[in-house]
Design a protein around this ligand. Structure first.
Ligand SMILES: *[C@@H]1O[C@H](CO)[C@@H](O)[C@H](O)[C@H]1NC(C)=O
Ligand SMILES: *[C@@H]1O[C@H](CO)[C@@H](O)[C@H](O)[C@H]1NC(C)=O
Ligand SMILES: *[C@@H]1O[C@H](CO)[C@@H](O)[C@H](O)[C@H]1NC(C)=O
Ligand SMILES: *[C@@H]1O[C@H](CO)[C@@H](O)[C@H](O)[C@H]1NC(C)=O
Ligand SMILES: *[C@@H]1O[C@H](CO)[C@@H](O)[C@H](O)[C@H]1NC(C)=O
Ligand SMILES: *[C@@H]1O[C@H](CO)[C@@H](O)[C@H](O)[C@H]1NC(C)=O
Ligand SMILES: *[C@@H]1O[C@H](CO)[C@@H](O)[C@H](O)[C@H]1NC(C)=O
Ligand SMILES: *[C@@H]1O[C@H](CO)[C@@H](O)[C@H](O)[C@H]1NC(C)=O
Length: 429
């Protein structure tokens, strides 16, 4: 009987909902996974790190994308954000070297189980960023021919929506691989209401600055505008990553302007307003290129490549005079080489993961509260042949949403045990 009670207590512990999110650990204690891609020239691979309930990572396995990355030793060959994307239980990855998009199914009960289900051509050369919502996956290419292509997707794979193909070569074309960061494509994103696709493009200098493109959808999202609305955010030079702020705001990092741009937008007209450049202390943080958001803390985290710094920001876009407050600068471990980052929520606590492209690591932080990002381990993210040192790109995560079959059985058994216990205790009264 004591064993039974212990066992049911154990099973209950495995699936306790905290702050609305139930964690479903596998028997090895993994509650999810964090993914990056090797970007290797001979075979691009997804590197899979299991995530435990205290946010620590362990490199567990890898899976081929059936596509190729970039043959370079450059620190950041893509100059983009969003090379990987997770939506529902699917993972999407661009293959810059083979001009394609790969789609994987993620096991709902074990995020480390990743199965390639589809590889489809992108539109143009050198895909750098992918955006996914419940209807479409859309890919941006940034090479000699540039453009966008969208696909519908389901468990059978990716299906090209040819009527959404758009050629952007007349706006910008590049070498392969692109020589940047100037005049390269940065990111593709859906607006918060999914009524527009937004693309960021880096410019050259203050007199020849970068821009944003808005492609609007019709009301049922079956028609994409033939031409984009192109706008130049005042004060911007090299618009890089974009992070959504609420329903109509954008945070854009700008390594050329040494700060971040904030603005509000209309997804129906493609117009932007209240544009503001907030500068950072360039001694503490330079080359701000990537950004992410912590829903539990409510703050934004921007990554500076030059100084390998995380800058934590509090945003209030209703304020037109002071929309950005710099909360804290955090120095990343030296010589790791900072790149893209993502946030994972685990039962009410957020964890931040930053790629270190030079050292092939992912550095973790626990986001305890505003201004309190605490180092939470570092994992080396490299598998196989290290001779032509591939460069990591893209980072995304998935948290298990179901218990594994054996656990489901245990929960069922434990429910019966609980009933027995209740009946027994009723008898004892
Ligand atoms: C990468 O480039 C190097 C130098 O140009 C070349 O020797 C090597 O074969 C290339 N590797 C692949 C996989 O293309
Ligand atoms: C998570 O993993 C780390 C590093 O392997 C370990 O120290 C820690 O105890 C683990 N936590 C849990 C709850 O499993
Ligand atoms: C990936 O490549 C392997 C080996 O060539 C092949 O067996 C498999 O069908 C490919 N998968 C997809 C989804 O293209
Ligand atoms: C997936 O979508 C394609 C294209 O719309 C459709 O032909 C196919 O039947 C769908 N498959 C599933 C499993 O829903
Ligand atoms: C895309 O546009 C460029 C220049 O505008 C043109 O040269 C090229 O042929 C176009 N590509 C396709 C596939 O239409
Ligand atoms: C800015 O870039 C443009 C386009 O490359 C160039 O023509 C111009 O000379 C540059 N201006 C300055 C001030 O460097
Ligand atoms: C920027 O940071 C450095 C190093 O902490 C500090 O010495 C300097 O005063 C700061 N500059 C400004 C303008 O705050
Ligand atoms: C945001 O800014 C507006 C306008 O300045 C102000 O009224 C509001 O109190 C601010 N909100 C917060 C949470 O600080």
């Amino acid at each position: 009987m004591r064993l039974v009670i212990l066992y049911s207590a154990f099973v209950l512990l495995l699936t306790i909902p905290i702050n609305g999110q139930t964690l479903y650990p596998t028997t090895s204690g993994s509650v999810g996974a964090v993914y990056t891609m090797s970007n290797a020239a001979s075979m691009n691979q997804i590197l899979i790190h299991s995530l435990n309930s205290t946010g620590q990572l362990t490199l567990t396995n890898s899976v081929n994308t059936n596509g190729t990355g970039v043959n370079t030793t450059a620190g950041d060959p893509l100059f983009s954000q969003g090379a990987l994307g997770v939506y529902s239980n699917y993972l999407f990855a661009v293959n810059p070297g083979s001009n394609s998009l790969s789609m994987f199914m993620l096991s709902s009960s074990d995020a480390t189980q990743v199965t390639l289900i589809s590889v489809q051509p992108a539109y143009g050369v050198f895909p750098v960023s992918v955006a996914v919502n419940n209807m479409y996956a859309c890919v941006l290419t940034g090479g000699s021919m540039t453009g966008i292509r969208c696909y519908t997707y389901n468990s059978s794979g990716l299906f090209i929506v040819t009527s959404f193909d758009r050629n952007l070569t007349s706006i910008l074309s590049q070498s392969v691989p692109p020589s940047g960061p100037r005049q390269t494509f940065s990111e593709i994103l859906f607006s918060a209401d999914n009524m527009a696709l937004i693309i960021s493009i880096k410019g050259f200098n203050a007199t020849s600055p970068g821009s944003l493109l808005f492609y609007t959808f019709n009301s049922d999202k079956t028609v994409l505008a033939a031409n984009p609305i192109q706008t130049i955010p005042t004060g911007g030079i090299l618009p890089f990553s974009m992070t959504l702020v609420g329903m109509n705001g954008l945070l854009i990092t700008d390594p050329g302007a040494a700060g971040v741009l904030t603005m509000t937008y209309s997804s129906t007209s493609g117009t932007i307003s209240n544009i503001m450049l907030t500068s950072v202390n360039t001694t503490l943080a330079s080359a701000l290129c990537w950004s992410t958001y912590s829903p539990n803390v409510g703050n934004y985290y921007v990554i500076g490549a030059g100084t390998a710094t995380i800058v934590e920001l509090a945003l209030n876009l209703t304020s037109t005079s002071n929309p950005v407050q710099i909360i804290q600068y955090y120095q990343l471990p030296s010589n790791t080489g900072a790149l893209e980052a993502t946030v994972v929520s685990l039962a009410g606590t957020d964890y931040l993961y930053v790629i270190g492209t030079t050292a092939h690591v992912i550095t973790g932080y626990q986001l305890k509260a505003a201004g309190q990002a605490m180092a939470n381990g570092m994992v080396t993210s490299q598998l196989g042949d290290t001779t032509s040192i591939p460069k990591l790109a893209g980072i995304a995560a998935f948290v298990n949403t179901k218990s594994s079959k054996s656990l489901a059985t245990s929960v069922f058994v434990s429910t019966k045990i609980m009933i027995v216990l209740v009946v027994v205790s009723l008898f004892m009264l």
